[in-house]
Design a protein around this ligand. Structure first.
Ligand code: GDP
Length: 194
């Protein structure tokens, strides 16, 4: 698929307001500041996922169209400091609802800053993937921040930790150096191409 054809489609605050559930979509999740907007912008070659995050917009799921009925979904960044606690809890409910009930969802991309090991939110997503047998692809982002050998070691450590779960894959990614873009596109293709 040509991810450079991505076009903003719509925003939805919850599952009920998502586009009709009759296509194929991959959702992107991550703690805020993990590099999700940068990765989506790099993949699509445009600024579709804005890097400025006003509290109002952070709680929306943003849909991008690649082809008819093929979507990428930018989920709200988790743990954005300025969002009130009540809104975070509300979003958590909507996220669970979406993950458990969205028939179009064929895979999840989890973005994790390579310098920080899996945090609570990341482990929750990994556990959800294991429980639901939903394919999960982890991007270790900002890999340019580490020396190449250290980055590879971090990747190997994660691979070993999750070696029991064949539906979970992982790779290095850097939006700054544009490394790992083709690998990500290939993974998305395996999920989105019928
Ligand atoms: P989001 O909150 O997950 O959407 O994260 P952003 O994409 O906004 O990135 C958060 C911060 O990390 C910004 O200051 C980015 O410039 C920086 N960043 C994102 N990707 C990279 C990368 O590949 N390399 C480096 N060095 N910095 C990055």
């Amino acid at each position: 698929l040509n991810y450079r054809k991505a076009k903003f489609l719509t925003s939805a605050p919850k599952l009920k307001l998502c586009p009709p559930d009759n296509g194929r979509e991959v959702a992107f999740a991550g703690r805020s500041n993990a590099g999700k907007s940068s990765a989506l912008n790099t993949l699509t070659g445009s600024k579709i996922a804005r890097t400025s995050k006003t509290p109002g917009r952070t709680q929306l799921m943003n849909y991008f169209n690649i082809e008819d009925n093929i979507h990428l979904v930018d989920l709200p960044g988790y743990g954005y400091a300025k969002v009130p606690e009540a809104m975070k809890i509300e979003w958590q409910k909507h996220l669970n609802d979406y993950l458990n009930n969205r028939g179009s969802l064929v895979g999840l991309v989890l973005l994790v800053d390579i310098r920080h090991p899996l945090k609570e939110f990341d482990r929750m997503m990994v556990q959800w993937s294991i429980n639901s047998e939903m394919p999960l692809h982890i991007l270790l982002t900002k890999s340019d921040k580490l020396k190449s050998g250290v980055a590879k070691q971090a990747l190997n450590n994660l691979r070993n930790e999750l070696s029991d779960y064949p539906q979970i894959s992982m790779q290095l990614f850097s939006a700054l150096k544009k490394t790992g873009v083709d690998q990500l596109a290939q993974r998305l293709d395996t999920w989105l191409l019928v």
